[in-house]
Design a protein around this ligand. Structure first.
Ligand SMILES: *Cc1c(COP(=O)(O)O)cnc(C)c1O
Length: 384
């Protein structure tokens, strides 16, 4: 099976993990801070807080921004469920903003229209989570302008997007947001097996997230409410979690970071080849906005209306292509229907979903594997 996405592990990665196994620290040692420095340096951001998943990072980002019961969080329906679930963990309500039919990202025009209505209804969101779908940045400048007018905070769900750029700044720089979140699940751009990370330029948010990832416990005197009782002393000053990343994961992350640029470059080369070789077939290929340089996590194509998506999907799987669909609109999931959402309310995301298939794109994909993918797609069209 040629998967739609896959990790690329080399001997240096393996050596880095083995070295940690033979060291004194399997957790809470020097590798997590080293990984955080590597990502912060790459992104040009002040603070990086590594955790055990992007889901955890989204949760603590919401808490750090004060999200709670009675608040609203808005995100895109075209995302993985974690982008919305983080609000529910905090007891807040979720709503969605439909997507731009070209970029498949949360649409800034629709956001503005919804904000105008929400203001009239006194239901403005506390947080908006734009999701950089497939690695392409949302229209952050506009979304940031709207946040200034309507007073919401911004968490970028950049799970797909490490190594991407927006207006020539690395995604994760938080130029137009409060916090950005990356995922290092094996299908993403770089991996730590499981893992995630939050970036911010705001020291209070960084401090709060550092507390939340480790039980709300601190050993720093300036964060304590009572005098230090001795060198053994720690205080729990908040209700936190165990969301820590291990040293093994962080060492793998440090090693992967050295190849991030090469991974993204190879993805661009493959995407360029797809664009050339699929140009004469009746698929809609991913549109790239000129403000963005995508990390190209995914390569979603839209099938022509005369091809049945279910049949096409099965035919490609039978030929050994690990195609997938990104994403089932979150509001149509049973959990969200239970909360009152019905199909039909976000028509752009739903129309996109009906025709989308993600074809293989990852740094380990060889040219001959790509030839085979193109051949399978051509055959699909021919056989109708
Ligand atoms: C993968 C993903 C997540 C969750 O990441 P984990 O690290 O698996 O928790 C969240 N949001 C989006 C958009 C994702 O693709």
């Amino acid at each position: 099976m040629i998967p739609y996405g896959k990790q690329a592990i080399n001997q240096a990665d393996i050596d880095a993990v083995v070295e940690v196994l033979q060291s004194d620290y399997l957790t809470q040692g020097p590798k997590v801070p080293a990984f955080e420095r590597a990502v912060a340096g790459y992104c040009g951001v002040e603070y990086a807080i590594a955790v055990n998943s992007a889901t955890s990072a989204l949760h603590m980002a919401c808490l750090a921004l004060g999200l709670g019961k009675g608040d609203w969080l808005w995100t895109s329906p075209n995302t993985f469920v974690a982008s919305a679930n983080c609000a529910r963990y905090c007891g807040a309500s979720v709503d969605f903003v439909d997507i731009d039919p070209r970029t498949y990202n949360l649409c800034a025009d629709q956001l503005e229209a919804k904000l105008i209505q929400a203001k009239a209804d006194n239901k403005l969101p506390k947080i908006v989570i734009p999701v950089h779908f497939a690695g392409q940045s949302c229209d952050m400048k506009r979304i940031h302008q709207l946040s200034q007018i309507y007073g919401f905070k911004i968490i970028e769900d950049a799970s797909h997007a490490i190594g991407g750029r927006y207006l020539n700044q690395p995604i994760g720089a938080c130029q137009f947001s409060d916090i950005s979140v990356f995922s290092f699940h094996p299908v993403k751009i770089i991996t730590t097996a499981e893992g995630g990370l939050a970036t911010t330029n705001q020291p209070e948010l960084a401090e709060k997230m550092q507390l939340l990832r480790s039980h709300g416990v601190t050993r720093e005197a300036h964060l304590m409410d009572q005098p230090l009782e001795g060198p053994w002393y720690y205080q729990q000053v908040d209700l936190g979690f165990n969301y820590r990343m291990t040293e093994l994961q962080a060492a793998l992350g440090v090693s992967q970071m050295t190849r991030l640029e090469a991974f993204v470059a190879r993805r661009h080369q493959l995407a360029q080849q797809y664009s050339e070789r699929l140009a004469d077939l009746p698929f809609v290929l991913p549109y790239q906005h000129s403000d963005t340089h995508s990390s190209l996590h995914l390569f979603p194509i839209l099938l022509p209306v005369n091809l049945d998506r279910g049949q096409a999907f099965n035919a490609l799987r039978e030929k050994g292509l690990g195609v997938n669909v990104h994403y089932i609109p979150v509001h149509t999931q049973p959990y969200y229907r239970q909360l009152g959402f019905k199909p039909g309310v976000f028509p752009q995301a739903e129309a996109y979903y009906q025709r989308a298939i993600s074809i293989p794109l990852h740094q380990g994909l060889t040219d001959s594997q790509q030839d085979y993918v193109v051949e399978c797609l051509a055959q699909l069209v021919k056989e109708g």
